[in-house]
Design a protein around this ligand. Sequence first.
Ligand SMILES: CC(C)(COP(=O)(O)OP(=O)(O)OC[C@H]1O[C@@H](n2cnc3c(N)ncnc32)[C@H](O)[C@@H]1OP(=O)(O)O)[C@@H](O)C(=O)NCCC(=O)NCCS
Length: 238
Amino acid sequence: MSQRLFPRKNRSLHEAMAVVGTLSGDLAVESQSAILHDQYNAEIQLVPFALMRSDAGLRAAYLNWLNDPDVVRPIGSPALLGSKGPEFVEQSFARFTRPDSPGFFVRYCPEQVFIGTAKLDAISAHCSSAWDGIMIGNRLYQGRGLAVAIYRILLAFGFTALGLNRVSGGCNEHNVPMVKTFHRLGYALEGRLRQADCIDGQFSDHLYFGILRDEFFAANEVRLGLKKYNGGDFPWND
Ligand SMILES: CC(C)(COP(=O)(O)OP(=O)(O)OC[C@H]1O[C@@H](n2cnc3c(N)ncnc32)[C@H](O)[C@@H]1OP(=O)(O)O)[C@@H](O)C(=O)NCCC(=O)NCCS
């Protein structure tokens, strides 16, 4: 199933949000069992954690990503350092299947492989806001410019189906690919916590970014699509 939120490429934001406004309740529920993609970019799909609970191969790959120091070190989170076992993956599935913390596995369609995760975390219904997150865990797929494509889908979902008004993000000052990704998507740099991170024994600053719904749609061409998935082969992006 493919649901078009933006049937015409040049639909104005006002029109688009009117369409989304009438669909948002259904879409938020439906998205738990649907694969998200951008109809302008066939490379990436976001598959909800909720759909992948029983995939042992993916759980093993996820654990490998989480245990790869070169993947987690630049994130600068003490919680991600050290060896992790299957219980960490179990906790992640519990967390990222909650309505206020939808998580997705990132699927690279041309090679039909999962390459990482993305999430909208700590959703506040009161403030219509959330925190973002991304981890391209398979390092073969880092440095290929995929983060922007992944975030376009994630944010289009957040700003339409979930009705968010703001998404916050943050990263270490030395995480150049992430800083560039935030800027490329239209995030504003909003804050710097000096020497808040400690990576390999060295203090460095943590940067905070934010993007509002109108800013996102002004800076990005994206047409969110949802495809129902009931198991079996993954749908191809057309
Ligand atoms: C950070 C991350 C999401 C970036 O995604 P990506 O798809 O690999 O990034 P891109 O390929 O789009 O690279 C972005 C830019 O950074 C540049 N870049 C990459 N590594 C760099 C480095 N070490 N020094 C300088 N620039 C670098 C790229 O050349 C590119 O710039 P350009 O488009 O102007 O050439 C991804 O690498 C990742 O998941 N890393 C591990 C986990 C992580 O850090 N998550 C974010 C936590 S906040």
